[in-house]
Design a protein around this ligand. Sequence first.
Ligand code: FAD
Length: 468
Amino acid sequence: MEKSKKKKYVVEPERKVEVAEEADVVVIGGGPGGFPAAIAAARQGCKTLIVERYGLFGGLATTGLMGPIFGFAWGDPKKSILGGIPLEVIRGLQKIGGALDDKNIRWDSIRFDPELLKHVIDGMLLEAGVKILLHSLAVGIAKQGDRIDSVILENKSGRMAVRGKVFIDATGDGDLGYWAGCAYTKGRPADGRMQSMGTKFRIGGVEPMTDEEEKYYAGIVKKAMDEKKIPAYHAFFEEISENGVTLRKGEITPTVTRCPGDATNVYDLTRAELKIRKDTLEIVDFYRKNVKGYKNCYLIDTPVQMGIRETRQILGGYVLNGADVMEGRRFPDKIARGCWFMDIHCPLGLWSSKSNLCSQKCAIEPPCIMKQKYYDQLYPETCPPAGSYYDIPYRCIVPEGTGNLLVSGRPISADHGGMSSARVIGTCMAIGEAAGIAAYLASSENKTPKVVVAGDIQKILEKNGVPL
Ligand SMILES: Cc1cc2nc3c(=O)[nH]c(=O)nc-3n(C[C@H](O)[C@H](O)[C@H](O)COP(=O)(O)OP(=O)(O)OC[C@H]3O[C@@H](n4cnc5c(N)ncnc54)[C@H](O)[C@@H]3O)c2cc1C
């Protein structure tokens, strides 16, 4: 029998950490859930600080090359549900050529240039008067009773603390909530497995093909997928859904890679980065050799970091679930709208050419535990009826147990089915704006977020052009 390896430890020396910044509202994480929160709070007059571990904002929408942005009622491309800051972002992109004009834009699939998105976000944060700290990784918190007193950062200047009246956890993984000891869930109820990680990548030199050619080459790609000759979960061509983060002719950004694992485990993350980078090259090589329109294609870039679909969901007073998405449920304490379908990528990282999402219709053999035991009762369908959208209740962003914390973006209180829809960029930005307003109300009235009245948030959001 293998001997269990004894863990070894070192004791970190205790040290005093300087409080480098004090603010009313401190936002940790500058992705779709974070930057709108900081802008919204600062515009209300709060002294606001935003902290981001990379040198740029946008989270997975820039560092991960994720997109397009979905800003419509499901199945109804003409019915936009975007307003407030998310819409301002699109308008800002349009002004500098980073998104298509109103004649050509598709609200169900808003393509954009991630490079220009960085500039739009920088401009909006600066204009709102947000204090910015880039290249700063939050590594822990100091608590006083049930309140977070400060967040500890590591950066090139050393270790520093930032103090706030209200904190917003927009880290994508619920890092602050986790450190604060908030209750959370991870993954699907049957076995805790989370949606697989994955990336987009950008290729250029793609030439258009006719419909017949696409059909023919799709057959070739699908056969290779089923025979496990290429590590891709679907066949891609130059279609709108694959042009999410590029507006340039001959360029596409496919989402076809997968790796299972827990993205809060650094060993899984490391494995995923290395696997998917290798898979990407194999996929591009296969297309170059086997698909007509791709014979001259080349890999432009892979993302700065692995795409993470699901990790911790910090529990709040309500858990958004798959039925809420499917039934377009409304809530009196609504603070944002969601529109996407239940987009669950196989937590085992598997695929078949007949289906690539985790659902009752999954064709992967042998069937996994979800299909056998749970799927039929939980999610018999994954697409809501056409024209529908649902509300995100305020209770989903207020964690139980920590006095001055709000959660924004992907890690809100939601189950595996609910979060698979609410995790998209447009919804995360809308949640972010609402979190910023809630933080303003809490900090200016010296209240905890829990006692902030949702109706007061709604009034300000509606005044700011947010459709509720
Ligand atoms: C493969 C894949 C494809 C996708 N495709 C689409 C798509 O086509 N359309 C769509 O709308 N959505 C898509 N998504 C989903 C979407 O990109 C994310 O769910 C969304 O970006 C989540 O926003 P967020 O702000 O919660 O998290 P993130 O985008 O992850 O942003 C979190 C930010 O916090 C920072 N951060 C994290 N931890 C710390 C820390 N400790 N200290 C300081 N900073 C920290 C990060 O650097 C990052 O900037 C896709 C996701 C994946 C994985």
